[in-house]
Design a protein around this ligand. Sequence first.
Ligand SMILES: CC(C)(COP(=O)(O)OP(=O)(O)OC[C@H]1O[C@@H](n2cnc3c(N)ncnc32)[C@H](O)[C@@H]1OP(=O)(O)O)[C@@H](O)C(=O)NCCC(=O)NCCS
Length: 160
Amino acid sequence: MVIMIAANIKIRPARNEDIESLTGLLEELFTIEADFSPDTSRQSAGLRLLLQKRDAVILVAESGGKVVGMCTIQVVISTAEGGLSGVLEDMIVARDARRQGIGRALLQAAESWAEERGLTRLQLLAESENEAALAFYFKMGWQGTGLVCRRKFLSGPRHS
Ligand SMILES: CC(C)(COP(=O)(O)OP(=O)(O)OC[C@H]1O[C@@H](n2cnc3c(N)ncnc32)[C@H](O)[C@@H]1OP(=O)(O)O)[C@@H](O)C(=O)NCCC(=O)NCCS
C-alpha cells in the first residue's frame, strides 16, 4: 500500500530503516502525553515487534524523502462486534508538517488498511486534555465514548 497525497508526500508501510526516525517521532509524542515517558530502546523494541507482526501495521508519512508522521494499528477481536477490530496508536505528525492534511491521510490509510482486512471498528485512546488531537479526531469522524482507561503494570523484566 502506497498512497500519494501530494507530489512529494506519500503514506506507506514502515520498513526497518525507518525505526530511528519513528523513534524520534514517538519521543515527541511521549513527551506530550503525561502517561508515558520517552525511552529510545523501548520504542525501538516495540517498533521492531510491530514490524514482525502480520496483523499489525506501522503507517508512515514521508515528505520529500523524510519521515514526518506515523500511526500504528493492531488487530484485536471484539466480542461486542463479533469480529475483528483495530487499536490505533502512535498517531503523530512532526510539528513543522502539521495542518497540511498529513494526519488526515494517515487516518484514511489506516481505515483502508483495516477495511481491507475485514475490521469493523477502530478505536484509540487520547488524553482528555489534548484538545488539538480531540478536535482532529472529531473532524475525521471519530465518535467520543464514555469509556475510561485503567492500566496495571505487571512484574517482569521491563517493569519490575
Ligand atoms: C493531531 C495531529 C496528528 C493532526 O495532524 P495534522 O497533520 O496536523 O492534521 P491535518 O492537517 O490532516 O488536519 C485534518 C483536520 O483536523 C483538524 N485539526 C488538525 N489539527 C487541529 C488542531 N490543532 N486544532 C483543531 N483542529 C485541528 C482540522 O480541521 C484539519 O482540517 P483543516 O486543516 O482543513 O482545518 C497533529 O496535530 C499531531 O501530531 N499532534 C501531536 C501528537 C498528538 O497529539 N497525537 C495524538 C495522540 S492521541
